[in-house]
Design a protein around this ligand. Structure first.
Ligand code: GLY
Length: 374
């Protein structure tokens, strides 16, 4: 079988699986398949992963045009409204939550109510900008105490919401905030070897960067593989949105580092610095995110050799995911096994995760030259 056929079959099988499980999962907010029963759990709609099931339905709907998937995605978007209304439970992850649902709906149909939802979410994100430090505050005290000065690498993935808000309103403020935050991340998070920490602490009054602090990685100076993947994708987006070559260089450096750190089977460990028994935990979701980000980045690269190398690395990641982790059978509702939510707290280790499934399908779609969502 050629690689193209492998990818095309995996794309088709994923879409068919989503059609199959859509009625079982229905209007809900799954995060992980926690055990051998093979059933996605249910999270609170205000949890940061609340947009991915709706996003998977949109990706599948684009592929098959089945009206039921469209209607279910719309119902999920409406079920998110209580969280938007409640407001206090929300933090920087509003991009993860409303880009795959409301913003995608607006892009597909021009729905006015979806536009309003997206703009509300973008306004919440923009309001988290710390002017002294030029960073977006990540969490509220409910998620982590003493968090006024904390920014996290994952936040780069929320920024497309700001670029979109500028595009639809014609107001540059949203994208100015996105670029200012990205500059701060590039200056303070990105290490000389193109790796990144998960969390950076700033003095919220003076804005000075005080240093990395421990997060979901092994330590403040290790390389949490999903954080590295968020950064690849995030800088690829920044490059696409602004045309700035330095963002493109950073994204390429990070992708190269990610690839060099993979074990033989090409499925990343949860942290590239994991040792001994810590090496039992994989994080396939990092590979899914990195592959989709690299496929977003590749066509933006001017140098042909670099472009082909980037695409070829992403294809290698996807082939490994299909070989080592994919499950298209009904034994589990998850598509991609071996994701790890948080190894430091032993929270969901080596299980299917909804964002692994989402970015896997998004990446396979990119190979078909279909647009992504982020
Ligand atoms: N954005 C949180 C995580 O990647 O686990």
């Amino acid at each position: 079988m050629t690689a193209d056929t492998l990818f095309s079959n995996a794309y088709q099988a994923s879409v068919e699986k989503i059609i199959r499980i859509s009625e079982e999962i229905g209007v809900s907010f799954p995060q992980v398949v926690p055990d051998e029963r093979g059933i996605y759990n249910q999270e609170d709609p205000a949890y940061w992963t609340g947009g991915f099931w709706g996003g998977l339905l949109w990706l599948a709907y684009r592929a098959c045009g089945k009206r039921e998937l469209f209607e279910l995605a719309c119902e999920i978007e409406q079920a998110q409204d209580a969280a938007l209304e409640e407001f206090t439970g929300l933090h920087h992850d509003v991009g993860f939550m409303w880009l795959p649902t409301a913003v995608t709906h607006y892009r597909e149909t021009g729905c006015g109510a979806s536009r309003v939802r997206g703009l509300k979410a973008a306004s919440i994100l923009a309001s988290r900008f710390n002017l002294a430090g030029k960073f977006l505050r990540a969490w509220n005290e409910e998620q982590r105490e003493d968090s006024t000065g904390l920014a996290i690498i994952d936040c780069l993935m929320n920024l497309p919401l700001l670029y979109w808000a500028s595009e639809v309103t014609g107001d540059p403020r949203f994208r100015q905030i996105a670029a200012a935050h990205t500059d701060t991340v590039q200056r303070t998070f990105v290490r000389e070897d193109f790796t990144v920490p998960h969390i950076m602490r700033f003095d919220p009054e003076t804005g000075s960067a005080l240093g990395a602090v421990p997060g979901q990685g092994k330590s403040a100076d290790s390389v949490w593989s999903r954080g590295q993947a968020w950064a690849i994708y995030g800088f690829a987006t920044a490059f696409q949105e602004t045309g700035r070559i330095d963002y493109g260089r950073t994204a390429c450096g990070m992708a190269k580092r990610f690839f060099e750190n993979l074990p033989e089977d090409k499925i990343p460990l949860w942290d590239f610095c994991a040792e001994g028994e810590e090496r039992c935990a994989k994080d396939s979701s990092a590979a899914c995110i990195a592959a989709s980000g690299m496929l977003k980045l590749a066509p933006l690269l001017a140098d042909k050799e670099e472009r082909e190398q980037m695409e070829s690395s992403a294809r290698e990641l996807l082939a490994a995911l299909i070989r080592e982790c994919a499950c298209f059978s009904p034994e589990s509702q998850g598509i991609i096994k071996n994701g790890t939510v948080n190894f430091t707290t032993r929270r969901y280790v080596n299980v299917p995760i909804i964002y692994g499934d989402f970015y896997f399908l998004e990446a396979l779609g990119r190979l078909k030259r279909l647009p992504g969502i982020f």
